[in-house]
Design a protein around this ligand. Structure first.
Ligand code: UDP
Length: 241
């Protein structure tokens, strides 16, 4: 595993993330997977707690085009690893091996739909539990108890950035041997509530544009993209130690 730094945050490069993670699952090695993009790095600059979690995560994969284009501009021959695809591959392996999976996040009913779709696809899948992502402190306590008693192998948390990263860091001690992945809005896609950008967009590093078309209210958040370009340009002009 090679590690690079993007604005002081780690990004891990591996030729086969899926096999690496499957091995971690198989051997019960607690792992936090962060799928990083430009927007997240910009958030981390303002939020030291988020920056810390990213630095401590066992695996940080280059999810966003901005990260990949930046690393390529530094001479690294790397490709994107979309978190949603990696998570799906891991779910498939877990389903086949009957490793226990726990789903947390999304609007009410969304994870129920995901579970139903997955149970139809992989009849042996072992879903240990699930909860939507809009809960109060009392329900959170119940979720934690369920996590602790069911000891799932794979825990997918889709509460948005930075909540999901901070949530995983706070509660991973409950299931120290599990693989925890912050999956953002992936439950919305898996439940077919939303659709992913057609391949043309992602091939041309324009997935963000499709997202803006689907969710125009995100425009303000997207200003972090030009800000990212500005920050990495300034950073690359600094003399290297
Ligand atoms: N979400 C949630 N609880 C919250 C806020 C958000 O479960 O309190 C879910 C929301 O329903 C969506 C996901 O978190 O499924 C956030 O998706 P988004 O695409 O905004 O993720 P991000 O870009 O922040 O990774």
């Amino acid at each position: 595993m090679r590690q690079f730094s993007v604005l002081g945050l780690p990004v891990h490069i591996h030729e086969n993330y899926r096999d690496w993670l499957a091995q971690r699952l198989q051997t019960n090695q607690g792992t936090h997977v962060v799928t990083i993009n430009a927007e997240m790095t910009m958030q981390a600059r303002k939020n030291p707690a988020l920056a810390n979690v990213i630095k401590q995560a066992e695996l940080v994969v280059p999810d966003g085009s901005g990260i990949v284009l930046y690393l390529r501009s530094q001479g690294e021959k790397i490709d994107r690893c979309p978190g949603i695809e990696l998570s799906e591959q891991i779910v498939q392996i877990a389903a086949e091996k009957q490793w226990r999976i726990f789903l947390i996040g999304g609007a009410p009913k969304v994870v129920d739909t995901v579970a139903e779709i997955w149970r139809n696809k992989w009849t042996d899948i072992a879903i240990a539990g699930m909860h939507h992502g809009y809960f109060d402190a009392a329900i959170e306590q119940q979720i934690c108890e369920q996590l602790q008693s069911s000891q799932p192998n794979l825990i997918l948390v889709g509460l948005g950035v930075p909540r999901q990263e901070l949530w995983i860091q706070k509660y991973r001690y409950l299931c120290p041997n599990a693989v925890w992945i912050g999956v953002g809005g992936s439950f919305d896609i898996w439940s077919e509530l939303k659709t992913r950008a057609p391949e043309w967009f992602s091939k041309n590093h324009l997935e963000w544009l499709y997202r803006l078309y689907q969710e125009p209210w995100r425009w303000k958040r997207m200003l972090s993209l030009p800000h990212f370009v500005w920050c990495v340009t300034i950073d690359s002009l600094k003399p290297k130690k």
